[in-house]
Design a protein around this ligand. Structure first.
Ligand code: GLN
Length: 493
């Protein structure tokens, strides 16, 4: 079955064996034939893994939920798909998303909106979050052991928070993006969703390897440099039992936080304190500009990436007057006008504008500066310096490490509110309302840091008094501190 795996290396016919079940309910099975059991190749051997449909698969179409890639099938697998299959995992299927990963509620899809399994008290549909909403629901519905998504500005963490699953965005550059359709290259990461942090870790350990085909992928020698830097004497004990210093960013305590999210945050901090960890307020002042900077940078990169969908080289081609021998130009306009959905067209226009000569200085360049400030904010509060910035360089950048709060991780909400009703976030509603949901996820994306969202149960649901409310709580760590981030996530599960 989907999520069960024989825990014995070999068995013979007629024998009764125990089977492991991820979520606790053990069962026994009678072995039918001698040849069924073998040594598992890895922790994901025989497991079903769902794949977001902007990740290339040779055997199934890759549509990015876009009309422009309707019926497109890649001639090759993404490296991460090959890595999973080599480890024995089975591709369960491709999952729905916001077109090209652009959205926060998985409503901008050629295939229709993704629905959360949870509903409000009146039985109305709720958002599953986006853009990896289909992957999150596949995990929540037990259709797979884990799922791959992509996280450019929160697309794995937000759906995890809304569906009560675990969503992990690794440090930028650790997981290969070869065969992953680009949205915004300087921000794009492959993320993993699972019911528990342990299943996310199983998948992460298979994929966390250098891939020479992805030029942004961290080389093996840099990987060992990062690890030896992070495991410097004072820090090595963090992965064992010593108390951790937990940072609480004051700027995340905004008035828009709903009571249940604030309660989940407080419960999480109290829980960590009970286990002997200490809580420290920290300030990340550039946070308030992070969202605006993200929504300049991501569309700018997207407008460039999506220029290749011209109806000539890829995917769907619309008929244009030029097909009757008319002047050029119509084929391109018709293909893109018919093929891209409204949100993608909006991003292309935004990005093209902010990269244009007159607007460049006021938008793109300013947003890059804000991005640098966001990175410096994080570096100023983490005990571990950024592995790629030598101590001297960080001094030169003006960060006074003597005033650093020296925290190991930051703990904050993943989203300001529980999942909204699908009818309130449908494709025609205000784009700004959707963008605001990313306010807590984009800072880690701008800085390339590892971040995980784990479900924390609070007593009462605001939307459905008959059900417990589950809010996503996010753990953010220094670049390369992925194991520590997963460890703290696990403490909160
Ligand atoms: N909601 C954000 C956006 O639309 C994040 C998307 C993502 O991480 N792929 O850009």
């Amino acid at each position: 079955e989907n999520n069960r795996r024989c825990t014995k290396a070999s068995s013979s016919a007629g024998e009764i064996i125990d089977w492991e079940n991820e979520w606790g309910s053990d069962c026994t099975l009678r072995v039918y034939s001698d040849s069924k059991c073998r040594n598992p190749k890895s922790a994901v051997d025989g497991r079903l893994i769902s794949i977001k449909d902007n990740i290339c698969t040779r055997d199934l179409p890759t549509t990015c939920a876009s009309g422009i890639l309707d019926k497109f099938t890649s001639p090759f697998n993404a490296t991460i798909v090959d890595q999973l299959e080599a480890a024995g995992a089975v591709v369960a299927g491709k999952t729905n998303l916001d077109e090209f990963g652009m959205g926060s509620h998985s409503v901008h899809s050629r295939f229709g909106a993704v629905k959360n399994l949870r509903r409000d008290a009146d039985g109305r549909d709720l958002s599953a979050g986006g853009s990896s909403g289909g992957s999150a629901v596949a995990v929540a519905a037990d259709q797979c052991y884990a799922a791959l998504g992509t996280d450019t500005g929160g697309s794995v963490r937000l759906p995890a928070a809304y569906t009560g699953t675990v969503g992990f965005k690794p440090s930028y550059g650790l997981l290969s993006r070869w065969g992953v359709v680009a949205y915004a290259n300087s921000l794009d990461t492959v993320g993993i969703l699972g019911k528990k942090t342990s299943s996310v870790r199983d998948v992460f350990s298979i994929l966390n390897k250098h891939d020479a085909r992805d030029p942004t992928n961290i080389t093996s020698s840099s990987r060992s440099r990062i690890l030896s830097h992070l495991q410097a004497p004072r820090l090595a004990s963090r992965l064992t039992s010593s108390p951790l210093r937990i940072g609480v960013p004051l700027e995340y305590n905004i008035s828009e936080l709903t009571p249940s999210v604030r309660q989940a945050w407080l419960l999480s901090l109290a829980h960590l304190q009970e286990q002997g960890h200490t809580i420290h307020p920290v300030s990340l002042p550039a946070t308030k500009h992070a969202l605006s900077a993200y929504y300049v940078l991501a569309p700018a990169e997207a407008s460039s990436n999506l220029a290749k969908y011209d109806g000539v080289r890829y995917g769907t081609r619309s008929d244009g007057p030029d097909s009757d021998g008319q002047p050029d130009g119509y084929l391109y306009a018709n293909t893109r006008g018919n093929g891209f959905g409204a949100e993608v067209q909006r991003r292309i226009l935004l990005g093209t504008f902010s990269l244009s000569a007159d607007a460049m200085d006021n938008y793109f360049i300013q947003a890059q500066r804000v991005r640098r400030l966001v990175q410096q904010d994080f570096n100023a509060v983490f005990a571990a310096a950024h592995p790629f910035a030598a101590a001297a360089a960080s001094d030169a950048s003006g960060i006074d490490r003597s005033t650093a709060a020296d925290v190991d991780v930051i703990v904050c909400p993943t989203a300001p509110s529980p999942p909204p009703r699908l009818s309130d976030v449908s494709a025609g509603s205000s784009p700004l309302d959707a963008y605001v949901n990313d306010v807590f996820t984009v800072p880690a994306s701008l800085a390339g840091l590892p971040a995980i969202s784990v479900p924390v149960t609070v007593a009462e649901s605001e939307q459905n008094p008959d059900a417990d409310e589950v809010a996503g709580i996010q753990v953010i760590g220094q670049y390369g501190d992925d194991e520590l981030v997963m460890k703290v996530g696990e403490l909160l599960e």
